[in-house]
Design a protein around this ligand. Structure first.
Ligand code: ZN
Length: 140
């Protein structure tokens, strides 16, 4: 029998320390999957903010994250835009990386590629951020 679980959404709190920063969430999302009891399904990682996002990329060499941030700075420089709050660049970068990621869950664990990790992308820190993790699936 397959039990379908609509696990309660879990919330992670993240304190960022810089205006632009990638924060590795992989271990905390893994723990959320374990706690949910879901064996086979999908894990949604959702960032409910307009100046932060989430991305999946290399977890082995931290230079990759630094390069991503540096390139986004060049692509979307801080400067004059319409938005009066003065952080239009933060909003634009958040839209470029997106606010959610979906990861397969197999055998009660995240099924990520060998080099992949899940990162909160802070573009207007330092701040306290929330990340919602929803695991959908079943326990066989
Ligand atoms: Zn704004």
């Amino acid at each position: 029998m397959v039990e379908i679980s609509h696990g309660k959404m879990q919330e992670l709190e993240v304190s960022t320390t810089a205006r632009n920063q990638l924060v590795n969430l992989t271990a905390r999302v893994r723990e959320a999957v374990r706690v949910s009891g879901v064996q086979e399904g999908i894990c949604l990682v959702f960032v409910p903010h307009t100046t932060a996002g989430v991305t999946i990329n290399e977890d082995a060499d931290p230079d990759v994250g630094a390069d991503i941030l540096e390139h986004l700075e060049k692509l979307v420089p801080r400067g004059r835009y319409r938005h009066r709050e003065g952080n239009a660049d933060s909003h634009i970068k958040a839209s470029l990386v997106g606010s959610s990621a979906l990861i397969p869950v197999e055998g009660g664990d995240l099924r990520l590629g060998t080099w992949q990790g899940i990162f909160l992308c802070e573009f207007d820190g330092p701040r306290r951020r929330r990340v919602w993790v929803k695991i959908m699936g079943g326990s066989l």
